[in-house]
Write a protein that binds this ligand. Structure first.
Ligand SMILES: CC(=O)N[C@@H](CCCN)C(=O)O
Ligand SMILES: NC(=O)OP(=O)(O)O
Length: 378
């Protein structure tokens, strides 16, 4: 049952039930008008992992396990999911496309630049810039075609203080009347965290408390944003893991995320967060080494300075066999894409302790699990 048009029955939709006759003859009936525009009415989507309660998170992961074990469901039959990519993707996009197909639904994939108009996200501005369409209008229109919208925004890349607010995706969530799924914003990558949690549970069992996770910075001339690291950090601490974080000076994570991390660490007697000066210190005794490049938020928006720093720091931060041996039969995780022999050596990446392909594979069942849960019964 739609949560948006309680009286009118269903949204106008290319893929939902027919609109009742009364609404058809009187399209501006108050219930429909307010339902289409009312702020705060957007049904639960996923912008950050913390949008899922512990119970719902466990439901998604349990459902994901069942999908991976071969359970077939067609909960998306007759439903469509819109995917809006403002930047590229290999795993997220492919996993979602296959997920929707396997659930019996239709995915509509759109890439900014080639498939749709540039959108303005700021409210109340005179739209005399390059964007011919406002997110308010695009979201309203797309909500009438699709049962959920998944978005991968492109952070502007000028100032972290601005990009960290994730205004683009929040604007879509504000103006859409269907669930919004974050396919990686500046601040977080909840879909990656779901696959990472599934992988950790497969490796260590459902109870992750007390397991030691080392998150180690790795060099890259095209470093990623900190989204993945923020999400795995919070997800691991929420699961009661002991996290050790190592990065060069100047690569501190977002302050707001770090305060959340500290608070989560303090809540769990089995877990907590500590800082290490080197990846070797972090890896000592670790059950998992989670490697990831991320850009310096100090140098955010300054690519030249960022690149020259990486050149000086690369030798000390390569994940190799000798680092892995410091761990407790440590497994390797990395969200990919990964730069071989710059971030992690071939022998570690292709060795028996690497979980990276399993992580990537788990994007499919977890994204199926999430879609099923979000769209079930709507
Ligand atoms: C190095 C690289 O391609 N970084 C990507 C990673 C995206 C992963 N979802 C980026 O953040 O731009
Ligand atoms: N890890 C991840 O999100 O990969 P893509 O950027 O290829 O989707």
């Amino acid at each position: 049952m739609s949560k948006f048009l309680p009286e009118a029955g269903k949204r106008v939709s290319g893929c939902g039930a027919a609109l009742p006759y009364d609404s058809f003859v009187n399209p501006s009936s108050p219930s429909q008008e307010s339902a289409a525009r009312a702020p705060g009415k957007t049904p639960a989507g996923l912008i950050r992992l913390s949008d899922l309660s512990d119970a719902r998170l466990a439901d998604v992961l349990d459902l994901s396990d069942r999908f991976k074990a071969g359970v077939r469901r067609t909960e998306l039959a007759g439903k469509s999911v819109g995917f809006l990519f403002f930047r590229g993707s290999l795993r997220t996009r492919t996993a979602f496309e296959v997920a929707v197909h396997q659930l019996g639904g239709q995915g509509v994939h759109m890439s900014a630049g080639s498939d749709f108009w540039e959108v303005e996200a700021r409210d109340g501005v005179v739209m005399d810039g390059t964007a011919p369409e406002h997110v308010r209008d695009a979201a309203a229109v797309m909500s009438n075609y699709c049962d959920a919208l998944a978005i991968r925004p492109r952070p502007a890349g000028n100032a972290w203080a601005v990009d960290r607010r994730d205004e683009g995706i929040h604007a879509w969530a504000r103006h859409a009347t269907v669930p919004i799924i974050n396919m990686e914003s500046a601040l977080s990558h909840p879909l990656q965290a779901l696959a990472d949690l599934m992988t950790l549970r497969e490796t260590f069992g459902r109870d992750l408390s007390g397991k030691r996770l080392a998150i180690v910075w790795t060099p890259s001339p095209t470093p990623a944003g900190p989204s993945v690291v923020h999400s795995i950090l919070l997800a691991a601490l929420r699961s009661g893991m002991q996290v050790s974080l190592a990065h060069p000076r100047g690569y501190e994570l977002d302050e707001g995320v770090m305060s959340e991390a500290k608070a989560l660490g303090a809540q769990h007697p089995t877990g907590g967060l500590e800082h290490a000066n080197t990846s070797r210190d972090a890896a000592a005794g670790a059950h998992v080494v989670y490697a990831r490049s991320w850009m310096s938020l100090e140098n955010y928006g300054n690519k030249t300075r960022a690149a020259s720093r990486v050149a000086t720091e690369r030798r000390d931060w390569l994940v190799d066999e000798s680092l892995m041996q410091l761990g407790n039969e440590a497994r390797l995780m990395h969200p990919m894409p990964i730069r071989r022999n710059l971030e992690v050596t071939d022998s570690v990446l292709d060795g028996p302790r690497s979980l990276v392909y399993q992580q990537a594979a788990n994007r499919l069942p977890t994204q199926k699990g999430l879609l099923s849960l979000l769209l079930r019964g709507q």
